[in-house]
Ligand binder design. Structure first.
Ligand code: NAP
Length: 308
């Protein structure tokens, strides 16, 4: 599959908001790191292989792997400290899971109080064995969220040098704009793929584009369902993507990443794989664009009907 990839693949870097931080256009997602069964040395090697492809940004959350994923990555940074200044660390907070790692949690809930945001960010620093996060996101909108309280927590974390930039995840356009009026947000990390096209039509992308803020995209391959879903719509979609991929001599997944990155809000897709070949295929999606006809052919197959 990777035989058709250029040998000199190098992921571009972008500012998700002008004047903020630089992230690699493809960001390596660490949700599944515990499933990869890697030793510390293998995790160091994986990070170094990502860097060789120009993928320098790594996405975490406090809760990934039942509160264990940041620690696995942190152990790799401890083993190879020179990696830290060559990467950007993104993490998230605000969800409290029922977990053996948090026996005090009696119910799964959200907590976006200033006290929890600050305590969670400080715990992420300990787990990741670093002195700063490059970017901290509120993981999900919280019905009890007080925008002023969140802005206060962000301001205090920035003043302490513990977190350099801030954003949100899974926020509606209105929620994003409400918090962004109080403190400059650099991204909204949202779900988007050919199997989840809602953000094209609910103003999420339009609103971010208008503000000059690039979304980050989670589950760009629909968590793998793009390859496995057995319903007729997914079968037809796979057929269309494969026909385009074969015709333009690109890997199937590269076409999906290119389709996502073609949006004018300039999304930064996350990867979810521990296979370096899968990261390379995502980076290859930065090297070409689709014709409008091919872009809309994927949208048509995704939705099961033409645009009006
Ligand atoms: N903000 C949020 O609420 C939120 C929610 C979920 C995730 N995220 C972030 O987004 C990142 C990416 O999400 P995701 O893992 O769902 O991404 P994804 O890329 O949509 O899915 C990754 C899955 O697809 C599989 N896959 C990739 N290429 C494949 C192929 N050619 N054939 C078959 N299977 C293939 C992978 O398996 P292999 O491992 O075998 O390659 C992996 O299980 C996460 O790591 C996390 O950082 C954020």
């Amino acid at each position: 599959m990777t035989s058709s990839l250029p040998a000199d693949l190098s992921c571009p870097h972008v500012e998700p908001r002008a004047g903020s931080l630089r992230l690699s256009r493809i960001v390596a997602g660490m949700w599944r790191i515990g499933d990869w069964g890697m030793t510390v040395e293998q995790r160091v090697t994986f990070i170094e292989q990502c860097l060789a492809l120009g993928v320098t940004s790594f996405d975490h959350a406090d809760i990934y792997g039942n509160y264990s994923a940041e620690g696995l990555f942190g152990a790799a940074l401890h083993a190879q400290p020179s990696l830290r200044d060559r990467i950007q660390l993104v993490s998230k907070c605000g969800i409290k899971l029922i977990s053996p790692a948090r026996p005090q949690h009696a119910i799964q809930h959200y907590d976006t109080s200033a006290a929890h945001i600050i305590a969670s960010a400080e715990e992420s620093l300990r787990q990741l064995q670093t002195d700063r996060l490059d970017l901290l996101l509120i993981h999900r909108p919280d019905p009890l969220m007080d925008f002023d309280d969140v802005a206060d927590a962000f301001t205090r974390l920035r003043a302490a040098g513990k977190v350099l930039h801030f954003g949100v995840s899974n926020f509606s356009r209105h929620q994003f704009e409400s918090l962004n009026r109080r403190v400059a947000l650099v991204t909204n990390q949202i779900e988007f793929s050919p199997l989840h096209t809602a953000p094209l039509f609910d103003e999420t992308f339009d609103g971010l584009h208008d503000l000059g803020v690039a979304p980050m995209i989670w589950s760009p391959l629909a968590g793998g369902r793009l390859f496995t879903a057995a319903d007729a719509r997914a079968e037809a979609l796979r057929h269309v993507i494969k026909e385009i991929a074969d015709r333009i001599s690109q890997p199937f997944s590269s076409v999906v990443f290119a389709w996502i990155m073609q949006l004018p809000s300039k999304p930064l897709p996350l990867t979810g794989s521990g296979r370096i070949e899968a990261i390379a295929v995502a980076v290859a999606g930065t090297t070409f664009t689709l014709s409008r006809a091919d872009w809309f052919a994927i949208l048509r197959a995704a939705r099961g009907h033409e645009v009006a």
